[in-house]
Design a protein. Structure first.
Length: 650
């Protein structure tokens, strides 16, 4: 696991060293810089040593003849099979890891080799003869890769955004469409980021930059397979069990200790059991708890009792981190690592777990990320299943039910309040078509509420209606509908732009590599061939995965309701963060920034405080956006020097 960076079409002395320094947390074990003789290409790399700890695996890595230079972030889990094939073609290797396999495979097979990779990756390879750069990102976007063109004909890229802001003429300007999406969805959709003119390479895409025309051309190399499985659900379970075991076995390969995120839910517990059978001695698990008093408003099912019982059952060492409400000091630091105003308090939990793992000497963690998207595990899938039965009623009934949901209270303490919130959220958008209803439930903040807290000047810069329904273009081209469409929307939009993004940033902030076996390429391709509606029953989600886990995981965990990695943010905002709210979103601060309506923010907070609405995620988003602006727009991030305030309103 590493950090990569580069620049083509321009030469800036010392830039690569500065870019390495800005993301050294991603790779504290070694670093290097490549500059071609004609000054057309610069590459940089910081290394977290996981496979082949020797200097033979350091990067940038060059071919024997010096023609090709590679910088790469990630893990290729099928590298041993690929290496054997390359050796049969006469290639010889001086290292034992996957980087050299990637380099020589690309030389042998060209960009077609990318389609054969099973792993998580983002890489760049420079051809010093054709004067061409190839960049690529893994199929589901587990590893990030950002790029921009700071001057016409140039390409600047990096694993994180911070290093790119060190380019001398880069002007950090906010992207209003992305910021609005952060308010509604908690993340920016599509390829855009919160910075104007700075983009993500989309999952499953590669791109080429050539010196002759200096244009970046992107190509999609992976699309999800069609649902063409002809067997029975019972046969599918047999195949899934075998494929998942193989995925875990592949992802346990490391020359350093491997541990586990263990929440006590189905996804992580099943992985833990499979990993335990293949782990070396001293396999450690990590979880988080919070004081019961902090949970009275959010009413989350505590993970610790489930995780403790399961770790004891397997005889595993469980490390527990306590999440206290005094997280104010962490917020600015974590926004800095996230690069964008990514809105999810779960990032705090992920960061603290990774901090404990690093302290305990476990630099690799397996995570259950991706299971809910792949196996349709979110509560919204149950709602969509129930909606099928509601279709027998006239559309007027659904419209009245949706409007009536506004009369339900928003935030009552205790489990009853949590149940009411779920019902209210399920009813909002019921009058829309199925995908519109699904998108409503995918948005923690209703569109109207987000609009209500923004200033007229901000709203004049965005079309608030059209940008909510953005979908991956592959969704339309494949003609997905129904549960297959819902699943693909979560896999292609929600997963890479939110869950995987904060997981990568929070783990790498502590120099931890997080692996996600549920997103193993072979497992993903196998599962997507299965009918999506097999995953969802009238009373539960993830049907096939729960069946796979039978006999391996206790029934109490298999039938446990979806909990998820979270944090008691509602309680924090209602009771503990009044001072922080008053500082970051004071009238003076709001009017200076120009994004929000001060009265609108105060009204949204009052509605939540009084229990009428659950707009706490909107409040968290507003706080996060102001923190992000202070970190990245008001101050130059690499040198922490004051610069002029940037605004898209200017």
């Amino acid at each position: 696991m590493c950090g990569i960076a580069g620049l083509v079409g321009d030469f800036v002395p010392g830039l690569m060293e500065r870019m390495n320094a800005a993301q050294r947390h991603r790779g504290p074990d070694a670093e290097g810089v490549f500059e071609d003789k004609e000054g057309l290409c610069q590459l940089a790399h910081v290394r977290l040593s996981i496979l082949d700890l020797s200097s033979a695996a350091n990067q940038p890595m060059q071919s024997d003849d010096g023609r090709y230079t590679l910088v790469y972030n990630g893990e290729i889990y099928n590298f041993r099979e690929l290496r054997s094939e390359l050796e049969s073609r006469g290639w010889r290797f001086r290292s034992t890891g996957d980087t050299e396999v990637l380099l020589k495979g690309l030389i042998q097979f060209g960009e077609a080799f990318v389609e054969r990779l099973n792993g998580m990756f983002a890489f760049a390879m420079w051809d010093n003869v054709s004067r061409e750069l190839l960049i690529a990102r893994d199929q589901l976007g587990i590893k990030p890769l950002y790029y921009c063109s700071p001057r016409p004909g140039t390409l600047l890229f990096s694993s994180e955004i911070k290093p790119m802001l060190g380019y001398p003429s880069f002007e950090a300007l906010p992207e209003p469409v992305a910021l609005f999406q952060h308010l509604v969805f908690c993340y920016a959709l599509s390829e855009r980021t919160a910075f104007k003119g700075l983009f993500r390479l989309q999952p499953g895409y590669l791109a080429r930059w050539r010196s002759d025309d200096r244009v970046l051309r992107t190509t999609r190399y992976w699309s999800p397979p069609s649902q063409d499985f002809e067997g029975t659900p019972e046969e599918a379970v047999v195949i899934l069990k075998y494929t998942l075991k193989a995925a875990v076995e592949r992802q346990m390969i490391a020359d350093v200790p491997v541990g586990m995120f263990l929440s006590g839910g189905l996804d992580s517990s099943y992985l833990t059991a499979l990993a335990k059978a293949r782990a070396r001695e001293g396999f450690k698990c990590f979880t988080i708890e919070w004081p019961a008093a902090d949970n009275r408003l959010d009413a989350m099912d505590p993970d610790l009792p489930h995780a403790t019982a399961f770790a004891k059952r397997l005889g595993l060492d469980l490390h527990v981190t306590t999440l206290h409400h005094s997280v104010t000091d962490l917020c600015s630091q974590l926004v800095w690592h996230l690069d964008e105003p990514l809105v999810d308090p779960a990032a705090i939990s992920a960061y603290l777990i990774c901090r404990e793992a690093r302290a305990s000497g476990t630099p690799v963690l397996l995570s259950g990320q991706g299971a809910d998207e792949l196996f349709c595990g979110y509560p919204r899938y149950r709602v969509m299943k129930a909606r099928e039965y509601l279709n027998i009623f006239p559309s007027m009934f659904r419209m009245l039910a949706a409007r009536g949901s506004t009369l339900l209270p928003g935030t009552i303490e205790g489990s009853i309040g949590a149940a009411v919130r779920r019902i209210k959220r399920a009813l909002i958008g019921l009058e829309k078509d199925p995908m519109g209803h699904f998108l409503n439930m995918s948005a923690p903040t209703p569109l109207e509420a987000a609009v209500s807290v923004l200033s007229p000047d901000f709203l004049a810069t965005v079309d608030t209606g059209s940008i909510i329904g953005e979908r991956d273009p592959r969704y339309e081209s494949l003609g997905h509908d129904g549960f297959a469409g819902f699943r693909w929307r979560d896999l292609s939009v929600y997963l890479p732009n939110h869950n995987l993004l904060y997981t990568d940033k929070m783990s790498m902030a502590m120099s931890i590599e997080t692996r996600v076996p549920y997103l193993d390429t072979e497992l993903v391709n196998t599962t997507l061939r299965l009918p999506a509606h097999w995953m969802v029953g009238s009373m539960r989600t993830k049907n096939l995965l729960r069946t796979c886990a039978k006999g391996t995981v206790p029934d109490s965990i298999i039938h446990r309701a979806k909990a998820g990695l979270g944090a008691p943010y509602r309680k924090w905002l209602r009771y503990d963060l009044e001072e922080m709210w008053g500082d970051l979103l004071s009238r003076e601060s709001v009017e200076r920034r120009g994004w929000f309506s001060y009265d609108g923010l105060q009204a949204a907070r009052a509605r939540s405080q009084e229990g009428r609405d659950d707009l706490y995620m909107l409040q968290w988003a507003a706080l996060t956006m102001e923190l992000w602006a202070r970190n990245f727009l008001d101050y130059e991030p690499n040198f922490r020097q004051n610069v002029r305030r940037h605004s898209f309103l200017a």
